[in-house]
Design a binder for this molecule. Sequence first.
Ligand SMILES: [Zn+2]
Ligand SMILES: [Zn+2]
Length: 337
Amino acid sequence: MAPRRITDAFVRRVVRSRMAGKDILAEEGLYAVLCGTGSPLPDVHRAGPCIAVSAGKHFFIVDAGQGSTRNALLMHLPLEKADAILLTHFHSDHIADLGEMMLQRWTRSSSQTPIDVIGPAGVEQVVGGINLAYRLDTGYRVAHHGPETMPPTGAGGIARPFELPAEPGASVAVFDQDGLRVTAFRVDHRPVVPAVGYRFDYTGRSLVISGDTVYSESLLEHAKGADVLFHDALNAAMIQLVNASAALVNLPSAAKVTHDIPSYHATPEDAARIAAEAHVKHLILYHVIPPFPRLLKNLFIGDARRYFKGPLTVGEDGMRVFLPEGSDRISITRILR
Ligand SMILES: [Zn+2]
Ligand SMILES: [Zn+2]
């Protein structure tokens, strides 16, 4: 083949594989796909926290951490079909990609209405600010591609705040349709209030996403009997090393931040205690802090296995967790390598 034809064939193949891929949510059941498992500390292997959840004809994104849209697109997740984006709280690492997530959903769907962004009080401010920041971009796209492809009314998001009663263990159903129930419940990420986790129940299968929290009685209550618990995890000894290094290289603000963050994140051992006490079937750590090489995974989880005897997985970007309907099987596959 002439070099030009080889190049053309290669480009066509890459473009095709980027634009359309295998449906990784094809079978009937409940799915969670890890689009980001990292934290604000930069990690080449981990985007910021983001989990896509699919159940029947419904599809949700929980949090939109930095770089998570890119992972979602690489896995061909159907952003255009998303019912809503659910936010656990408004720390930057959970909303950094919200603008991109909303943009990709709009440009792929030609939707006439913005996507719902569901969250506790404060979500109006976050969504309003991002809508404003993207307003010029919206105008460019409408002008360039035309309003049929890019309906101006469909850009951005609509904030859907929910009310949570004041008590620490409070919860509220934020979606209940077609056999899928999504429940938001309080967790403890003080001084960030409110902060919530989400539980998904579908055809007898269930998964729980902690969001950011320390050991929380409310989470324990709402995780009871779940098939899978996704829990944040901070290794305090590793963070102490980061803290000492920050002080050594004279980065006082990094030293202060790494000194403070263990007070509002669970350790792997805390997550394991919750999983054991809630009789969860499988514990998956995500939103891991600090970054660590894959080889040190067992060091990262510390003594967690002493508390939780069931299967424990350290989540990685590109993992798909599948809970088939009518079965108690939990299957974990790596979609991104
Ligand atoms: Zn947070
Ligand atoms: Zn966070």
